[in-house]
Ligand binder design. Structure first.
Ligand code: AMP
Length: 115
């Protein structure tokens, strides 16, 4: 059996995190190194490694991540002001944790292009 990812350990409460939302399929918690006044991560409980390794069976899980972003934005009160979602994929994408996660950045004006 492969080793649990950091984010699986957070979902299993083996590592503490500031959890803001949870349902059967996803978990949302505050990023430990925030890049904006609000920086959340949404992870699927099913450990998909990254977008480049997702399969057609992951379709509903992937859709659920985006709908969870909407739910959390409303719950945390930044839906109206706006926010950015980011998924880093692989080396050039800046991915550090090999367990798919959606970043949500909010609370300041975002710039484009991103660094
Ligand atoms: P990425 O570079 O897209 O793989 O993003 C990984 C993110 O996980 C980074 O923004 C880290 O700050 C964040 N991170 C790493 N360890 C933890 C942790 N224990 N709790 C919360 N966020 C974490």
């Amino acid at each position: 059996m492969s080793e649990k990812t950091l984010f699986q350990k957070i979902a299993d409460r083996e590592i503490p995190a500031d959890i803001v939302y949870e349902d059967d399929d996803a978990l949302c918690f505050r990023d430990i190194n925030p890049q904006a006044p609000i920086h959340l991560l949404i992870v699927p409980k099913k450990p998909i490694v990254r977008i480049a390794e997702a399969s057609p069976e992951d379709q509903s899980t992937l859709g659920h991540l985006l709908l969870t972003a909407r739910k959390v934005a409303e719950q945390e009160g930044f839906a109206e002001d706006g926010f950015r979602t980011v998924i880093n994929n692989g080396r050039n994408g800046g991915e550090e944790v090999p367990h798919l996660h959606l970043h949500i950045l909010a609370g300041r004006q975002m710039k484009w292009p991103p660094g």
